[in-house]
Design a protein around this ligand. Structure first.
Ligand SMILES: [Zn+2]
Length: 350
């Protein structure tokens, strides 16, 4: 048999000479799952190929390829939609059969109308008050929106508006009917422009266009998630998963902008580049305790340190409930735990 001839089918326990199977779920810190030089080579003395570790990165978390949805988004969406449908049917039943009437029943039953009205109003507010990006108005921002839509394979470029931020750092994506749009608050939009942090703005725009690409801005999606404000734990977790999904889009669109974008959310548009991205991300694993858990669990966005951690560790999806932990044996950088100031040099004696 020649060295490269396919091996006949073997029965019995699966033999995995190269260790690929264990590579799937090897914990951090375990011996490298890729073949060592001794395992290579069809016969003794064969030339040994370079020992290159296989890429362990899950699809969609690297800057290449299509961005991934957070692994918990769809399972939680199914639960939330089922609960919403049940509650809606129950409210309808109460109203029709039981002649039962209170404000919650009324809100639930009129949810399809309320969402339609809210979306129509929100879209029209941008249409009449927002500064619409175009090839001649904020062309750099417009170009970023067009590029992000192309990056995510969208057939239609969403409208994009700059709206007055009054000091607030925010952006959002929504739609009405078949139309979709993103709005960026002026104070956040200011970080763009060649003289400042255009990469950070491209990340933010990628994040917002990503919400649209991932279907978060659809009417049916929002109707199915109507119960979210009444489901504090799973509702917020679903929203956080969506934010991680949108961050994956932002990262795919312009991964170099992630640190300055997060720096802007943490410290504003003037101090953004002074925020130590690694130092702050490291604190995700170091800040512990019950109330840290509570603050994250009740947040609509992942807490910033965890979000930064997820944008830095692209080997897994962002954490929803439990704080991220560093690989075993890793020493956090930049956060001086147990730090001792170096002794001052002796004063020169005159
Ligand atoms: Zn978002």
């Amino acid at each position: 048999m020649q060295p490269h001839e396919p091996q006949p089918h073997r029965t019995g326990p699966h033999v995995d000479p190269y260790g690929w199977a264990q590579a799937q779920d090897a914990p951090y810190g375990s011996p490298p799952p890729y073949p060592t030089p001794q395992q290579y080579g069809p016969y003794p003395g064969a030339p040994v190929p370079p020992n290159v570790p296989p890429t362990q990165q899950p699809r969609g978390l690297s800057p290449f390829g299509m961005p991934a949805r957070h692994s918990w988004e769809i399972p939680m969406l199914i639960v939330v939609v089922l609960l919403t449908v049940l509650a809606y049917a129950f409210a309808l039943l109460l109203l029709i059969l039981g002649n039962f009437f209170n404000q919650y029943v009324l809100i639930l039953v009129s949810a399809p109308l309320l969402i339609w009205l809210g979306r129509g109003m929100l879209y029209s507010t941008q249409r009449v008050n927002g500064v619409k990006m175009s090839p001649t108005q904020f062309p750099e921002g417009y170009q970023m929106v067009v590029e992000a839509a192309a990056r995510f394979g969208m057939t239609k470029v969403p409208d994009a508006y700059v709206v007055l931020g009054n000091g607030q750092i925010n952006a959002f994506a929504s739609g009405h009917g078949f139309r979709r749009f993103v709005a960026v608050y002026s104070d956040l939009f200011e970080i763009g422009g060649a003289a400042r942090e255009p990469d950070a703005l491209a990340f933010i725009i990628g994040h917002e266009v990503g919400h649209i690409a991932a279907g978060h801005a659809s009417y049916w999606r929002q109707l199915g998630m109507f119960l979210v404000p009444f489901l504090p734990l799973i509702g917020n977790s679903l929203i956080r998963a969506q934010e991680y999904t949108a961050d994956n889009h932002g990262y795919c669109n312009r991964h170099t902008g992630a640190p300055a974008a997060m720096g802007t959310l943490a410290a504003g548009k003037y101090l953004n580049t002074l925020v130590g991205f690694d130092e702050m991300a490291d604190r995700a694993a170091l800040e512990k305790g019950f109330f840290v858990w509570v603050v994250n669990a009740m947040s609509s966005h992942p807490v910033l340190t965890w979000r930064m951690w997820a944008l830095r560790d692209r080997s897994r999806h962002g954490k929803l409930w439990l704080r991220p932990s560093p690989p075993s044996g890793a020493v956090p950088t930049g956060y001086p735990t147990g730090y001792q100031a170096p002794a001052l040099p002796p004063k020169p004696v005159p």
